[in-house]
Design a protein around this ligand. Structure first.
Ligand code: SF4
Length: 330
């Protein structure tokens, strides 16, 4: 139990986490019509997470659950409305842009749109070094060659353009570009979801190898639990901006406790997990985050909902091996 709470930073621990969220929230003010008043949309609410060096934290949930907003905050691209994010124990707000770039780098979902089609592979991979005025032209060239080798790209592609590469090769370019600043943390936002199934496994294996070789820490965002099963040490499940289950990946996969996590896992067991969540388990889609349901946000879709669930919001409870936000575990 202490391990779980220590992981969240509730009891403290000796190791300074590589990345930590303390009650992090992000609210957007949204207009629903031309003459309507702005309304708050809580994209992320009160998230406590902690990733130690060399570990992989998977953040999973459906599209619209707030995981991409959280990823942007972890990268310093968005400021939290509440709480704070710490890098190596330092509030991210006090770290310079260059130091954030040295510590945290992103790998995004779509290698087709994240690479400039008019730049060569060398120019794309070396861009972070150039932006931060690191190294000479020759030095940057040598680094590009080294990182191309590291991610399994043939050197002959160095003067090619993105449209001359396959989807998997493009994602390798994106990974090389992320790693060339020698970050300790990589935020992977659905890095394989735009790729063919046959290529996904190669990229996941590459990420796993790089993690071991470079002692990287990953925050791995995915809608698909199957993708993170073999990579993640810890799994955080989000629903409508809230953390609803958190624990060791082995425990979550062996025995999901929250009904939503169970449904996500069931979707993995369907022949094609990318088809989405099974209707039979979850019924209708994600509620409108501008007017979330009363009580437990999940109650309109939950097969185990009781009257209490629609009236009283559950709190995140500490159980034997994880944190879970559900009345069933009171
Ligand atoms: Fe389902 Fe109720 Fe648990 Fe929410 S609190 S997940 S509605 S059982």
């Amino acid at each position: 139990m202490n391990q779980i709470m220590g992981q969240f930073g509730h009891t403290g621990g000796e190791e300074v986490p590589a990345l930590e969220c303390r009650k992090v929230g992000r609210t957007y003010m949204i207009k629903r019509g031309m003459f309507a008043e702005k309304q708050p949309l809580k994209a992320v609410q009160g998230i406590n997470l902690k990733v130690n060096r060399g570990e992989v934290l998977a953040i999973v949930g459906e599209s619209g659950c707030g995981k991409t907003t959280l990823a942007k905050m972890l990268l310093g691209l968005l400021e939290p409305s509440e709480g704070e994010i710490l890098l190596d124990g330092m509030p991210i707000s006090s770290v310079s842009i260059l130091d954030i770039a040295k510590k945290v780098q992103p790998v995004f979902q779509d290698p087709y749109s994240s690479l400039n089609p008019r730049k060569t592979i060398e120019a794309i991979i070396s861009l972070p070094l150039k932006v931060h005025k690191i190294g000479t032209k020759e030095g940057r060239h040598a680094r590009v060659v080294e990182y191309m080798r590291l991610v399994g790209l043939p050197k002959r592609l160095i003067h090619s353009y993105p449209n001359q590469l396959s989807g998997g090769q493009r994602q390798r370019v994106a990974i090389a570009r992320a790693l060339i600043m020698e970050p300790k943390i990589v935020v992977c936002d659905e890095p394989t979801s735009a790729l063919d199934v046959s290529v996904q496994a190669h990229i996941l294996n590459l990420l796993q190898d790089l993690r071991e070789e470079l002692n990287l820490t990953y925050a791995f965002i995915s809608h698909d639990l199957a993708v993170v099963e073999h990579l993640a040490d810890w799994v955080a499940v989000m629903y409508l901006g809230r953390l609803i289950e958190y624990g060791r990946a082995t425990d979550i996969f062996a025995n999901p406790k929250h009904p939503y996590t169970r449904a996500l896992l069931d979707s993995v067991l369907t022949p094609d997990a990318r088809l989405g969540l099974p209707e039979i388990t979850l019924g209708r889609g994600l509620p409108n985050p501008l007017s979330p349901p009363s009580g437990c946000y999940f109650h309109p879709r939950c097969p185990k909902a009781t009257d209490e669930c629609s009236q009283e919001a559950p709190v995140l409870l500490e159980t034997e091996d994880r944190l879970v936000e559900c009345h069933l575990y009171k």
